[in-house]
Ligand binder design. Structure first.
Ligand SMILES: Nc1ncnc2c1ncn2[C@@H]1O[C@H](COP(=O)(O)OP(=O)(O)OP(=O)(O)O)[C@@H](O)[C@H]1O
Ligand SMILES: [Mg+2]
Length: 338
């Protein structure tokens, strides 16, 4: 007993909640493979540490793109390792509740179920991430009141209005934290002729990145490679520059939130004017993003207490109270049916 698992398989991070225990696995969604044999060398944190290293024998990949299972075989091997870590021992196999994006197609849902089943899980239950996030944020989802959830992840951001135990309307935009990192890399490449790695860009974003102007005047030094000479150089970048570099993907996330609010049934939009917007996902930790969203969408904005864990906490709560949430489970039709 107590071996069942709830999984938030994100493009950036994987978090596993184990029944009766809480979060037992919380690591980057990365697989490191041996370059010539293709065998799995490491997963998670250990694999992440290998990114950007100069070992030519190992390639590290992110098996998920846009939150859905694209590199099927890689995902299967990755999940197999995660399940072995989170629920050691082969029998009984853990039952698995796993979160999926709201707009997943039947093909994508089947791919998730198959990946979990062949990785050592059984009786796979699918739930929408936005609903799990709402539960994780402690919102009264069964009530006939609209709540707006904005989950800003690595590769994507999902916005949904949740009411009466389900997702009523929503949008997903293919922009998230990874795109902010890429925008910083691109700014340094085109503006200063310097190449930096994705990891360094993420560090800059977390240290001095912001979405709303402030007068802090913070700056960071970053080491990169000068494109014209190949030499290692040090460049200084300040907060305003980083904010401007990230402005385009930030605006797309804000536009998505505004659109979700505009498309929701009027009575629910009316609720949201009072209940406000709930931010989750690692991207919501970007400084000033809450201020920008409040200004642009004209609703109160709340950031979840532990944005990186909200979905997993909500999914864990659903796992512990399966009966209560049965109506929210996503159905997967067998192949060939529409
Ligand atoms: N303090 C911070 N400031 C800004 N961004 C942050 C911060 N901490 C984490 N992030 C970003 O959050 C993102 C990861 O968030 P999260 O773990 O919620 O994504 P995910 O659920 O794996 O992805 P997805 O939902 O797209 O599948 C990364 O891009 C990371 O850089
Ligand atoms: Mg996520």
């Amino acid at each position: 007993m107590g071996r069942d698992l709830a999984i938030d398989l994100g493009t950036a991070n994987t978090i596993v909640y184990r029944q009766g225990e809480g979060i037992v696995f919380d690591e980057p969604t990365v697989v490191a493979l041996h370059a010539s044999t293709g065998s799995v060398v490491a997963i998670g944190e250990a694999a992440w540490d290998l990114i950007g290293g100069d070992s030519g024998n190992v390639v590290a990949v992110r098996p998920l793109r846009e939150g859905t299972v694209t590199e099927y075989e890689m995902t299967e091997r990755y999940l197999g390792s995660v399940l072995r870590r989170a629920a050691p021992g082969r029998f009984p196999k853990p039952r698995v509740l796993i979160c999926i994006p709201s707009e997943s197609s039947q093909v994508e849902k089947r791919a998730v179920v198959e990946a979990v089943t062949s990785s050592g899980g059984k009786q796979v239950t699918l739930v929408e991430e936005a609903l799990a996030a709402a539960i994780g944020a402690g919102l009264p989802i069964h009530e006939p009141i609209g709540h707006l959830i904005v989950d800003i992840g690595g590769a994507r951001s999902e916005m949904a209005v949740v009411s009466m135990g389900g997702v009523v309307s929503g949008h997903a935009v293919p922009f998230g934290g990874f795109d902010l990192d890429a925008a910083i890399q691109e700014h340094l490449r085109s503006g200063c002729g310097v190449a930096i790695g994705a990891k360094a860009a993420e560090e800059i974003k977390i240290a001095i990145g912001s979405a709303f102007p402030s007068a802090s005047g913070r700056a960071a030094l970053v080491i990169g490679r000068e494109l014209s000479t190949g030499n290692t150089v040090e460049v200084k970048i300040d907060e305003d520059e980083v904010r401007q570099a990230m402005a385009d993907p930030v605006r797309r996330i804000v536009d998505g939130a505004r659109r979700t609010l505009g498309d929701a049934p009027p009575e629910l939009t009316h609720d949201v004017l009072e209940t406000g917007m709930f931010l989750t996902g690692g991207g919501s930790l970007l400084k000033g993003l809450d201020q920008l969203l409040a200004q642009e969408c004209e609703v109160p904005v709340h950031v979840a207490e532990k944005p990186l864990e909200t979905v997993a906490i909500g999914a864990g709560h659903m796992l512990e109270h399966l009966e209560e949430y049965r109506s929210a489970f996503q159905l997967v039709r067998p192949a060939g049916r529409r």
